[in-house]
Write a protein that binds this ligand. Structure first.
Ligand code: MG
Length: 206
Protein backbone atom coordinates (compact mmCIF):
# COMPACT_ATOMS: atom_id res chain seq x y z
CA UNK A 1 0.00 0.00 0.00
CA UNK A 2 1.20 3.47 -0.79
CA UNK A 3 -0.09 7.01 -0.77
CA UNK A 4 0.06 8.81 -4.09
CA UNK A 5 -0.40 12.58 -3.91
CA UNK A 6 -1.11 14.93 -6.79
CA UNK A 7 0.28 18.46 -6.71
CA UNK A 8 -1.23 21.64 -8.15
CA UNK A 9 -4.43 20.13 -9.54
CA UNK A 10 -6.62 23.24 -9.14
CA UNK A 11 -5.76 26.39 -11.10
CA UNK A 12 -6.60 28.75 -8.21
CA UNK A 13 -4.24 26.84 -5.89
CA UNK A 14 -1.40 26.89 -8.45
CA UNK A 15 -1.96 30.65 -8.62
CA UNK A 16 -1.84 31.14 -4.83
CA UNK A 17 1.48 29.26 -4.79
CA UNK A 18 2.78 31.67 -7.43
CA UNK A 19 3.23 28.84 -9.95
CA UNK A 20 1.71 27.96 -13.31
CA UNK A 21 -0.91 25.30 -13.84
CA UNK A 22 0.96 22.12 -14.83
CA UNK A 23 0.81 20.64 -18.35
CA UNK A 24 1.01 17.10 -16.96
CA UNK A 25 0.03 15.77 -13.51
CA UNK A 26 2.62 16.26 -10.76
CA UNK A 27 2.80 13.47 -8.20
CA UNK A 28 4.79 12.40 -5.16
CA UNK A 29 4.48 9.63 -2.56
CA UNK A 30 3.98 9.44 1.18
CA UNK A 31 4.81 6.27 3.16
CA UNK A 32 2.16 4.32 5.07
CA UNK A 33 3.58 5.74 8.32
CA UNK A 34 2.13 9.09 7.21
CA UNK A 35 -1.47 7.85 7.68
CA UNK A 36 -3.47 9.43 10.48
CA UNK A 37 -6.77 7.63 10.99
CA UNK A 38 -10.12 9.08 12.12
CA UNK A 39 -10.12 9.85 15.84
CA UNK A 40 -6.37 10.36 16.07
CA UNK A 41 -5.14 13.88 16.89
CA UNK A 42 -2.80 15.69 14.52
CA UNK A 43 0.67 15.94 16.05
CA UNK A 44 2.72 18.80 14.68
CA UNK A 45 6.15 17.63 13.49
CA UNK A 46 9.40 18.96 14.87
CA UNK A 47 10.03 21.01 11.73
CA UNK A 48 10.59 24.79 11.86
CA UNK A 49 8.19 27.12 10.06
CA UNK A 50 4.56 26.88 8.96
CA UNK A 51 2.60 23.62 8.79
CA UNK A 52 -0.31 24.04 6.36
CA UNK A 53 -3.55 22.21 5.62
CA UNK A 54 -4.48 21.02 2.14
CA UNK A 55 -7.98 19.52 1.91
CA UNK A 56 -8.23 16.88 -0.83
CA UNK A 57 -10.59 14.30 -2.27
CA UNK A 58 -9.00 10.91 -1.48
CA UNK A 59 -9.69 7.73 -3.41
CA UNK A 60 -9.16 4.16 -2.27
CA UNK A 61 -7.95 1.94 -5.13
CA UNK A 62 -8.48 -1.81 -5.05
CA UNK A 63 -6.77 -3.48 -8.01
CA UNK A 64 -3.36 -4.17 -9.43
CA UNK A 65 -2.98 -2.15 -12.59
CA UNK A 66 -0.27 -0.83 -14.89
CA UNK A 67 -0.78 1.44 -17.91
CA UNK A 68 -4.51 1.77 -17.24
CA UNK A 69 -6.40 3.45 -20.12
CA UNK A 70 -8.29 6.57 -19.03
CA UNK A 71 -11.58 4.89 -19.98
CA UNK A 72 -10.99 2.03 -17.51
CA UNK A 73 -9.34 3.95 -14.68
CA UNK A 74 -12.44 4.63 -12.59
CA UNK A 75 -12.94 0.85 -12.30
CA UNK A 76 -10.03 0.87 -9.83
CA UNK A 77 -11.80 3.21 -7.39
CA UNK A 78 -13.43 1.28 -4.54
CA UNK A 79 -14.44 4.17 -2.31
CA UNK A 80 -13.60 7.74 -1.44
CA UNK A 81 -13.22 10.19 1.40
CA UNK A 82 -11.54 13.45 2.27
CA UNK A 83 -8.01 13.87 3.54
CA UNK A 84 -5.52 16.50 4.58
CA UNK A 85 -2.15 16.56 2.87
CA UNK A 86 -0.36 18.34 5.71
CA UNK A 87 2.68 20.19 4.48
CA UNK A 88 5.65 21.82 6.19
CA UNK A 89 5.39 24.78 3.83
CA UNK A 90 8.41 26.78 4.94
CA UNK A 91 10.64 23.73 4.53
CA UNK A 92 8.99 22.75 1.24
CA UNK A 93 9.71 26.19 -0.19
CA UNK A 94 13.35 25.88 0.85
CA UNK A 95 13.60 22.44 -0.78
CA UNK A 96 11.93 23.72 -3.97
CA UNK A 97 14.44 26.56 -4.30
CA UNK A 98 17.29 24.05 -4.03
CA UNK A 99 15.62 21.59 -6.43
CA UNK A 100 15.58 18.92 -3.71
CA UNK A 101 12.89 16.24 -3.14
CA UNK A 102 9.88 17.26 -1.01
CA UNK A 103 9.64 14.21 1.26
CA UNK A 104 10.99 15.91 4.39
CA UNK A 105 8.21 18.51 4.07
CA UNK A 106 5.43 16.16 2.96
CA UNK A 107 5.98 12.60 4.17
CA UNK A 108 6.38 12.91 7.96
CA UNK A 109 4.44 10.71 10.40
CA UNK A 110 0.78 11.71 10.53
CA UNK A 111 0.96 14.04 7.52
CA UNK A 112 -1.78 12.17 5.61
CA UNK A 113 -4.95 12.78 7.64
CA UNK A 114 -7.79 10.48 6.56
CA UNK A 115 -11.52 11.02 6.89
CA UNK A 116 -14.25 8.44 7.32
CA UNK A 117 -14.60 6.35 4.17
CA UNK A 118 -17.73 7.05 2.16
CA UNK A 119 -19.63 4.02 0.95
CA UNK A 120 -18.42 2.35 -2.25
CA UNK A 121 -18.56 3.89 -5.65
CA UNK A 122 -21.69 3.16 -7.60
CA UNK A 123 -22.37 3.52 -11.30
CA UNK A 124 -23.94 6.90 -10.63
CA UNK A 125 -21.13 8.35 -8.49
CA UNK A 126 -19.66 11.38 -10.24
CA UNK A 127 -16.26 12.10 -8.66
CA UNK A 128 -16.05 15.36 -10.60
CA UNK A 129 -19.10 16.99 -9.07
CA UNK A 130 -18.36 16.91 -5.34
CA UNK A 131 -18.51 20.05 -3.24
CA UNK A 132 -15.59 19.96 -0.81
CA UNK A 133 -15.08 22.31 2.11
CA UNK A 134 -12.67 22.68 5.00
CA UNK A 135 -13.59 24.58 8.14
CA UNK A 136 -10.92 25.65 10.60
CA UNK A 137 -12.32 26.44 14.03
CA UNK A 138 -15.76 26.76 12.47
CA UNK A 139 -14.77 29.14 9.66
CA UNK A 140 -14.70 28.07 6.01
CA UNK A 141 -11.13 28.28 4.69
CA UNK A 142 -11.22 26.04 1.62
CA UNK A 143 -14.27 25.55 -0.58
CA UNK A 144 -14.47 24.32 -4.17
CA UNK A 145 -15.90 21.67 -6.43
CA UNK A 146 -13.98 18.73 -7.83
CA UNK A 147 -15.29 19.88 -11.22
CA UNK A 148 -12.43 22.40 -11.07
CA UNK A 149 -9.67 19.78 -11.07
CA UNK A 150 -7.21 20.45 -13.89
CA UNK A 151 -6.79 16.69 -14.44
CA UNK A 152 -9.86 14.60 -13.55
CA UNK A 153 -9.50 11.45 -11.46
CA UNK A 154 -9.50 9.04 -14.43
CA UNK A 155 -6.61 10.91 -16.05
CA UNK A 156 -4.67 11.01 -12.77
CA UNK A 157 -4.93 7.24 -12.24
CA UNK A 158 -4.05 6.50 -15.86
CA UNK A 159 -1.08 8.86 -15.77
CA UNK A 160 0.38 7.60 -12.49
CA UNK A 161 -0.02 3.97 -13.62
CA UNK A 162 2.34 4.61 -16.52
CA UNK A 163 5.14 5.07 -13.98
CA UNK A 164 4.07 3.08 -10.90
CA UNK A 165 1.97 -0.08 -10.59
CA UNK A 166 -1.25 0.59 -8.72
CA UNK A 167 -1.82 -1.93 -5.91
CA UNK A 168 -4.88 -2.84 -3.85
CA UNK A 169 -5.13 -0.50 -0.86
CA UNK A 170 -3.37 2.42 -2.50
CA UNK A 171 -4.68 5.87 -1.66
CA UNK A 172 -4.77 8.73 -4.15
CA UNK A 173 -4.81 12.30 -2.84
CA UNK A 174 -6.08 14.35 -5.76
CA UNK A 175 -4.74 17.83 -5.01
CA UNK A 176 -6.02 20.77 -3.03
CA UNK A 177 -8.08 23.80 -4.05
CA UNK A 178 -7.12 27.35 -3.02
CA UNK A 179 -7.27 28.50 0.59
CA UNK A 180 -4.35 26.62 2.14
CA UNK A 181 -3.18 28.05 5.44
CA UNK A 182 -1.30 27.36 8.66
CA UNK A 183 -2.44 25.14 11.52
CA UNK A 184 -1.46 25.52 15.15
CA UNK A 185 -2.03 23.55 18.35
CA UNK A 186 -5.69 23.51 19.37
CA UNK A 187 -7.09 24.05 15.86
CA UNK A 188 -10.12 21.97 14.90
CA UNK A 189 -10.26 20.95 11.24
CA UNK A 190 -13.50 19.67 9.71
CA UNK A 191 -13.84 18.44 6.14
CA UNK A 192 -17.21 18.27 4.36
CA UNK A 193 -18.08 16.42 1.16
CA UNK A 194 -21.40 17.50 -0.34
CA UNK A 195 -22.23 18.97 3.06
CA UNK A 196 -21.51 15.76 4.99
CA UNK A 197 -18.73 15.89 7.55
CA UNK A 198 -16.27 13.09 6.82
CA UNK A 199 -13.19 14.52 8.53
CA UNK A 200 -12.83 15.91 12.03
CA UNK A 201 -9.37 16.29 13.51
CA UNK A 202 -7.91 18.37 16.29
CA UNK A 203 -4.33 19.58 16.37
CA UNK A 204 -2.79 18.29 19.60
CA UNK A 205 -1.39 20.74 22.10
CA UNK A 206 2.26 20.39 23.05
MG1 MG B 1 -1.59 18.39 -1.70
Amino acid sequence: MKIICIGRNYADHAKELGTEAPKEPIFFLKPTTACLYPGQPIKLPDIPGEIEHELELVLMLDSYAKNVPVGMALGLVASYSLGLDLTARTLQNQLKVKGLPWEKAKAWDGSAVLGEVELPMTASTDLQSFAIELRKNGLTVQKDTTANMIFPVAELISYVSRFITIEPGDLLFTGTPAGIGPIVAGDVLEGFLNGKRLLNATVAKG
